[in-house]
Ligand binder design. Structure first.
Ligand code: PLP
Length: 386
C-alpha cells in the first residue's frame, strides 16, 4: 500500500457510532451526543463542561475565541480607532491568520525560534503596540514550548492568550495537560489531527463570560440556544444582540469524536510517540538533518514530524524521497509571505530560513516501525547524495 503523509485512523467503532446516531437516535443535528462529547472532553482535560464549547472546525474555534476577546474589549470601551491586533507566529496554518481577520482584528506576524519553530517571545515583544489585544501561540508540531512564559508575558502587558492548540491534544506543558489551564485554548478535530470527529474543534475557556459568548455565537448568537439544543429543544422566541455564526457540531460528528477520544490514551498517544521516538533515534546523528528541539519537561504527542534539511538541500532531498514513493509535506508557507497577509512584509528572517529547510516526514498511527526505517534510510541516502 502507498505510504501516506498523514491519515485518519477510523474503523468499525466510528462507523457503528455514526450508525447508532442515524438509525437509533434519528436526530443528526446538535443534541445529546454533542453534549456527551463535550462532557467526555471536559472530563479528559479536567475542566468543567461549561468551559468547553464544541464547534464544527478548529478554524471556527479560533474565530470564536478571537471574536469573544475582541467583543469583550469593545464592551469595555476599546479606545482606538483601528482594529485590535493579535501577535501570532507567521509559521502556522493559514487558519490562524484567517480566524483573526474574520474576527475584525489584525494579525501581527511574529518570528519564530530556529530551534523549536515556535513563537519567539522577544520578537513578539518588539511588535507590541497600544492596540495589541492578544497573543496567539501556536503549538507547532505539538510543542508547547515556553507556554508558561507566554502567559507571564501576557499578564505583564495586559494581553489575552488565545492558544492555537490544533496540534496539541494530548500534550502536557510541565506536567499540565494543554487545555487544562490558560485563557482560551483552541483544538481541531479535523481528519488528520490527534483525534478526529470528521471535522470539528473546540474551545476551552477559563473566562465564564467568554465561554457564554462563544456558546451563543456558534448558534447564530441566539441567547441560550445551546442549553435548549442539548435537551432536544429550540429557542422559538429568540433574542439576538450580536453577530453569530453556524458553527455548532452535529451529533454525527460528535459520535465519531467520542470514539476517537476513547482511543486517545490507549492507542493514538503511544503510537505517535513511539514512531516519533524511532525517528529521533534514527535521525539524531544524521549530518545535514536537524531535529526540532523540545523541552524534556513537556509531554509531546506529535501530530506532524517536520525536520530541517540543511545546506540548501531540501528540494533535492524532497525530490529523492518522492521518487521512492515517500510523501513529504511543508508546514507551512509563512503567512506574512501571502498576498492577503503582508505579501512579504515585514521581513522575518528565522521564519523565512526555516521555510527553506522544513520538510515534514510521514507520521500517523497507521505507520509501522518498518515504514519509519525505510523513510529514514531513504532520507539518509538522499542527504548523503549531496
Ligand atoms: C488544523 C489546524 C487549524 C484549523 O483546524 P481545522 O479543524 O482544520 O479548521 C488551525 N491551526 C493549525 C496550526 C492547524 O494545524
Amino acid at each position: 500500500m502507498k505510504m501516506r503523509l498523514s491519515r485518519s485512523i477510523v474503523g468499525q467503532a466510528e462507523a457503528d457510532a455514526v450508525r447508532r446516531v442515524i438509525l437509533e437516535d434519528g436526530y443528526l443535528g446538535m443534541g445529546a451526543e454533542t453534549r456527551r462529547f463535550e462532557a467526555d472532553l471536559a472530563t479528559w482535560l479536567g475542566v468543567e463542561p461549561e468551559q468547553l464549547i464544541s464547534v464544527n472546525s478548529g478554524t471556527a474555534a479560533l474565530h470564536l475565541a478571537v471574536d469573544a476577546v475582541a467583543a469583550q474589549a469593545r464592551a469595555a470601551g476599546w479606545p482606538h480607532a483601528g482594529p485590535p491586533e493579535v501577535l501570532v507566529p507567521s509559521l502556522t496554518f493559514v487558519a490562524s491568520f484567517q480566524a483573526i481577520t474574520a474576527a475584525g482584528c489584525r494579525p501581527v506576524a511574529c518570528d519564530v525560534r530556529a530551534d523549536t519553530a515556535t513563537l519567539d517571545l522577544a520578537d513578539a515583544a518588539r511588535r507590541l503596540g497600544p492596540r495589541t489585544l492578544a497573543i496567539m501561540p501556536v503549538h507547532y508540531a505539538s510543542n508547547p514550548w515556553g507556554l508558561d512564559e507566554v502567559h507571564t508575558f501576557a499578564a505583564q502587558h495586559g494581553l489575552r492568550v488565545v492558544e492555537d492548540a490544533a496540534h496539541a491534544l494530548g500534550c502536557q506543558h510541565r506536567g499540565r495537560k494543554i487545555g487544562s489551564f490558560g485563557d482560551l485554548v483552541c483544538f481541531s478535530f479535523d481528519g488528520i489531527k490527534n483525534i478526529t470527529s470528521g471535522e470539528g474543534g473546540c474551545v476551552v475557556a477559563f473566562d465564564a463570560h467568554a465561554a457564554q459568548l462563544m456558546a451563543d455565537a456558534r448558534l447564530l448568537s441566539v441567547q441560550g440556544d445551546s442549553q435548549q439544543r442539548y435537551t432536544g429543544g429550540r429557542s422559538w422566541e429568540p433574542q439576538v444582540t450580536r453577530q453569530g455564526w453556524r458553527y455548532h457540531l452535529s451529533n454525527i460528528m460528535a459520535a465519531i469524536g467520542r470514539v476517537q477520544l476513547a482511543r486517545l490514551d490507549s492507542e493514538f498517544i503511544p503510537a505517535r510517540r513511539a514512531l516519533a521516538a524511532l525517528y529521533a533515534e534514527r535521525l539524531a546523528h544524521l549530518s545535514g538533518v536537524a531535529l526540532l528541539h523540545s523541552d524534556p519537561a513537556d509531554f509531546i504527542v506529535p501530530h506532524i514530524l517536520p525536520v530541517r534539511i540543511l545546506d540548501g538541500r531540501k528540494e533535492a532531498v524532497r525530490a529523492a524521497l518522492t521518487a521512492q514513493g515517500i510523501p513529504t509535506g511543508v508546514h507551512y508557507r509563512p503567512n506574512h509571505l501571502l498576498r492577503f497577509f503582508g505579501d512579504g512584509q515585514p521581513s522575518l528572517p528565522v521564519t523565512e530560513r526555516l521555510y527553506t529547510e522544513l520538510l515534514t516526514l510521514p507520521l500517523h498511527p497507521g505507520l509501522t516501525p518498518e515504514d519509519v526505517d525505510s523513510v529514514c534510510s531513504a532520507l539518509a541516502a538522499a542527504v548523503a547524495a549531496g
